[in-house]
Design a protein around this ligand. Structure first.
Ligand code: HEC
Length: 137
C-alpha cells in the first residue's frame, strides 16, 4: 500500500519545503535535498517532507511506467527512470505539471497505474504539489 505517505499529507512536514499549504503557488519550491533526510531537523519530528521521490514515487514509476519511459525506450521523449529525468516533466509545486496531468483520473497515462490507482494518482500529485517534488525524506 501507499498509505504511509499520506499520514502527514496536509500541512505537516512541508515546513522544509516551504510550500504553502494547499496553495498552487510555485513561488519558492525547491527540490528539498538538504542533507538531513533521516533525522528530523527540529525537535518536533515534523521537519521533513512526507512524500518523496526515492521512497514513495520511484517505486510507482518503476512498476508502472518505466517499461515505456526509460532512457533507452523513452516514449514521447519522456524518461521516468531517474529523478533528474523525471523532473523534466515536473514543476515543483505545480498541479499543471505534465506528470500530474497524465496521472490524474482521465489523464492519458492514468490507466497504466496498477493496483490502487486512485491512491497512486494522489501520491504523485501530493509529491509534486505539496512536497515540492522532494528527492528524498
Ligand atoms: C505501454 C506503454 C506505456 C506505459 C506503461 C506508460 N506510458 Fe506514458 N506514454 C506512452 C506513449 C506511447 C506516449 C505518447 C502518446 C501519448 O501521449 O499517449 C506516452 C506519453 C507520456 C507522457 C507525455 C504526454 C504528453 O502529453 O506529452 C507522459 C508524461 C507519460 N507518458 C507518463 C507516463 C506515466 C507517469 C506512466 C506510468 C503511470 C506511463 N506514462 C506509462 C506509453 C506508455
Amino acid at each position: 500500500m501507499y498509505m504511509r505517505g499520506f499520514a502527514g499529507l496536509m500541512c505537516v512536514g512541508v515546513m522544509v519545503a516551504a510550500v504553502s499549504c494547499g496553495g498552487g503557488s510555485p513561488a519558492a519550491p525547491t527540490s528539498v535535498s538538504s542533507g538531513s533526510t533521516t533525522t528530523p531537523s527540529g525537535g518536533t519530528g515534523t521537519g521533513t517532507v512526507s512524500v518523496a521521490y526515492t521512497q514513495d514515487v520511484k517505486p510507482v514509476l518503476d512498476a508502472d511506467c518505466v517499461r515505456c519511459h526509460s532512457a533507452s525506450n523513452a516514449r514521447a521523449g519522456v524518461d521516468l527512470s531517474s529523478y533528474a529525468s523525471t523532473m523534466r516533466v515536473v514543476q515543483a509545486g505545480s498541479a499543471s505539471s505534465l506528470l500530474v496531468r497524465v496521472t490524474q483520473s482521465g489523464g492519458s497515462m492514468y490507466t497504466y497505474l496498477s493496483g490502487d490507482r486512485a491512491s497512486k494518482s494522489s501520491l504523485i500529485r501530493s509529491w509534486v504539489v505539496d512536497n515540492g517534488a522532494a528527492q528524498s525524506r
